[in-house]
Design a protein around this ligand. Structure first.
Ligand SMILES: Cc1ncc(COP(=O)(O)O)c(C=O)c1O
Length: 368
């Protein structure tokens, strides 16, 4: 044991490297011939206006970026009605999840998390030393609203809800959202992760901010440019907070210059190019329907997803199916949660990618 390292960090398993393009290439894979349908990245390119904005800002990287993205905040305020002092920018939304935990919990405090969900949560909660209280999602992938409320009433400091959720793709109904807003106690920080917000809105999802405006207790909503805006490599996200006090505390958990100058320029262009966003969302929705139909043609029953991914139970081990798919040049993801070893998640790609993926999966399944 090392006396200068916090015990919880020494007890944590070594963090696995996510199988990014660069990681796979470094490990000797020919990534040019692999379809990257495993990490829920946007498999359509970013808007040409985004790449142009990045090019135009490259010569400014000798300067520090703005600490809290004022131009971006103005646009978000205009679109959400949340005043600038209640907006916090992060190095991806993951930094804001980490910040919300850092601002609210001390060693041993309770954190409520509906699972399965984004793999990052477990590691962040564990590193904080908080006590993770997991609430299993229902069979159809929907969150167990009554369970979340009940567990959050057992003295939890923070309760999370991810909608649309990853990896199920399930989205909270308006009624479920209202129940959560009313049921999570006022002493508990209610954090709604809307990393897939744009997809949810495109699918006609409920207005999370409107529902939260009826809540007396504290809340945070986190969104990202990593998904619908096709900017995962830029690392930029933002949080909308119930009060200036929460926003101030969240800011205090982040580094001062946490969002790079190129990410800010890119995000500004992305927000302005609303026609491109609509094209991405329409195209991904078509691709999701294509994948869903393809999986059904293999005799599988995909979960009902509104995200840029589809999950499905496969015969046998998800890990093994993912390995065999990679051998055939298609990278997908196997769910990591105990009890879900036979689920895989496929990121929606272009039409030819989706077609190739279904074909490869059919071959893998018939060979098992
Ligand atoms: C539900 C959810 N939340 C947060 C994140 C983190 O995204 P980022 O840090 O890129 O904004 C992800 C990434 O996949 C996610 O699926």
């Amino acid at each position: 044991m090392f006396p200068y390292i916090r015990a919880v960090l020494q007890e944590m398993p070594v963090r696995p490297e996510p199988p990014t393009e660069g990681f796979l290439r470094h490990a000797g894979h020919d990534t040019a011939s692999i379809l990257p349908m495993g990490l829920n990245e946007c498999l359509l390119p970013p808007s040409p206006r985004v790449t142009e904005a990045i090019r135009n800002s490259v010569d400014s990287i000798n300067r520090y970026p703005d600490a809290q993205c004022p131009a971006l905040s103005d646009i978000i305020t205009a679109r959400t009605g949340i005043p600038v002092p209640r907006i916090v920018w992060g190095n991806g939304s993951e930094e804001l999840i980490q910040g919300a935990i850092a601002l609210s919990v001390q060693q041993g405090d309770r954190v409520v998390l509906p699972v399965p969900t984004f793999w990052g949560y477990r590691a962040i909660v564990r590193a904080s030393g908080a006590l993770l209280v997991e609430v299993q999602n229902l069979e159809d992938g929907m969150p167990d609203v009554a369970g979340i409320i009940a567990r959050s009433r057992e003295g939890a400091r923070i309760a999370f809800c991810v909608t649309p959720n990853n990896p199920s793709g399930a989205m909270l109904s308006e009624a479920a959202l209202d129940d959560l807003v009313a049921g999570v106690p006022e002493e508990c920080l209610f954090f709604i992760d809307e990393a897939y917000y744009e997809f949810g809105a495109h699918a006609g999802g409920p207005d999370v901010l409107a529902a939260l405006s009826r809540r007396n207790g504290p809340w945070i909503v986190a969104r990202t440019f990593s998904k619908a805006y096709a900017m995962a490599g830029m690392r930029i996200g933002y949080a909308l907070c119930s009060s200036e006090a929460i926003a101030g505390a969240l800011k205090a958990t982040t580094c001062v210059f946490n969002v790079p100058i190129l990410a800010q320029a890119a995000a500004l262009a992305a927000l302005e190019d609303t026609a491109y966003l609509k094209w991405v969302l329409d195209t991904i929705a078509d691709g999701r329907r294509q994948l869903d139909a393809g999986l059904r043609s293999l005799g599988l029953s995909p979960l009902n997803s509104v995200g840029n991914f589809v999950s499905v139970r496969v015969p046998g081990s998800g890990q093994q199916v993912a390995r065999r798919m990679l051998e055939r040049g298609v990278q997908i993801n196997a769910w990591a949660d105990t009890g879900y070893g036979d689920f895989i998640r496929i990121t929606v790609g272009t039409k030819p990618m989706n077609e190739a993926c279904v074909k490869a999966l059919g071959e893998v399944i018939s060979a098992t």
